[in-house]
Write a protein that binds this ligand. Structure first.
Ligand code: NAD
Ligand code: TYD
Length: 350
């Protein structure tokens, strides 16, 4: 397989590139604008691999993307490039509209033009895989799960921009026949995640004995998916998913934020016994809630499990412990980010 991955210098995109090049032996061209969230050091393990190439480009630059498609002649586009952090979307929605909506539109248009000019046999096998989020479905109460037929009800500027992009992808399939597949996944965690996100921020703060800022009452629930399980699902959806259909990806790992925080502190204590951490209640600080904070996300992954044979390999317990261990052992990766890009300050208070 010869694929273009957009956003391959980000958290999930870099895991996908490492997996496709390093484990599956595919040829990958990574297209990334290199925003604050990108880090090429996350790709060091495949940088010299013969099947891997990188090109800096903005997905909203339609002409450039068209040239890249014509030159590279991919069998598929896996679209992950996005502005991805809810708190930043509260502070500045403009970039989210530009990249997630306008950028996806330009990419779709370039892909459609490319696809129409392919020979018939290659048109049949070409795929545009759009990677999206379960946040498009809105917020759940105490009961129930998101399925592929749950109505869209996005609440944040981020989720509204992703919902818009999902609708554009759907329309490009129904109107123009572009062969698309869509996946909507729950919250990812694992190595190389930018420390603005909940789990890495809590790990780094706990390691440093800094306060752990928990929004609201800490009872919000997320359904955690290890990034390695996610990228394995993406490959299955791309290769075996039915054109025009959506697949929900989730690890069946629901947890309250406050429980995740206690688990992280325990893992740090356990894996790094020379650190003397204050008691949990001195480390944890309940702070003002996020505006519009969704209460609960939970994915029903039955379709992916039954039709494509996917199973999550990581329990939250082992995945979280591995992730804490990774951050403990990789200060060389995160310290320059804390020095130059993001110092852990609160975002998205509106
Ligand atoms: P990330 O923020 O870590 O990385 C995004 C990457 O996209 C960065 O490398 C950035 O430079 C690149 N990018 C941004 N704007 C671009 C543009 N205009 N042109 C080209 N590249 C651009 O994000 P992530 O967490 O890896 O998420 C990847 C995808 O998965 C996103 O589409 C996101 O909406 C989706 N998703 C993420 C999660 C999660 O928990 N992280 C959950 C569900 C869905
Ligand atoms: P986040 O990683 O931003 O993902 P999302 O908002 O897309 O689910 O946040 C995960 C959960 O953690 C969410 O309920 C907000 C909460 N949270 C905190 O309590 N404190 C924090 O400092 C951050 C960044 C998030």
């Amino acid at each position: 397989m010869r694929v273009i991955v957009t956003g391959g210098a980000g958290f999930i995109g870099s895991a996908l590139c490492r997996y496709l090049v390093g484990e599956c032996g595919w040829q990958v061209l990574n297209i990334d604008k290199l925003t604050y969230a990108a880090d090429q050091r996350s790709l060091a393990s495949i940088e010299g691999a013969p099947g891997y190439r990188f090109m800096q480009a903005d997905i909203a630059d339609g002409d450039k993307i068209s040239h890249i498609l014509d030159d590279y002649q991919p069998d598929a586009v896996m679209h992950l490039a996005a502005e991805s952090h809810v708190d930043r979307s509260i502070d500045g929605p403009g970039d989210f509209i530009q990249t997630n909506i306008v950028g996806t539109y330009r990419l779709l248009d370039a892909a459609l033009h490319y696809w129409r000019n392919l020979p018939e046999d290659r048109q049949k096998t070409f795929r545009f895989h759009h990677v999206s989020t379960d946040e498009v479905y809105g917020s759940l109460g105490a009961e129930g799960l998101f399925t592929e037929s749950t109505a869209y009800q996005p609440n944040s500027p981020y989720s509204a921009s992703k919902a818009s992009s999902d609708h554009l992808v759907r329309a490009w399939h129904h109107t123009y026949g572009l062969p698309v597949v869509v996946s909507n996944c729950s919250n990812n965690y694992g190595p190389y995640q930018f420390p603005e996100k909940f789990i890495p921020l809590m790990i780094l703060n706990a390691m440093a004995g800094r306060k752990l800022p928990v929004y609201g009452d800490g009872q919000n629930i997320r359904d955690w998916l290890h990034v390695n399980d996610h990228v394995a699902a993406l490959r299955l959806v791309l290769q075996h998913g039915t054109v025009g259909e959506t697949y929900n990806v989730g690890g069946r790992n629901e947890a309250r934020n406050i429980d995740i925080v206690h688990q992280i502190i325990n893992h740090v204590r356990d894996l790094s016994p020379h650190r003397t951490l204050p008691p949990d209640d001195e480390l944890i600080e309940f702070v003002a809630d996020r505006p519009g904070h969704d209460r609960r996300y939970a994915i029903d992954a039955t379709k992916l499990e039954n039709r494509l044979g996917w199973q999550a390999q990581y329990s939250l317990e082992t995945g979280l412990r591995d992730t804490v261990a990774w951050y403990l052992n990789h200060s060389g990766w995160w310290q320059p980010i804390l020095d130059r890009k993001y110092q852990g300050q609160r975002l998205g208070v509106a």
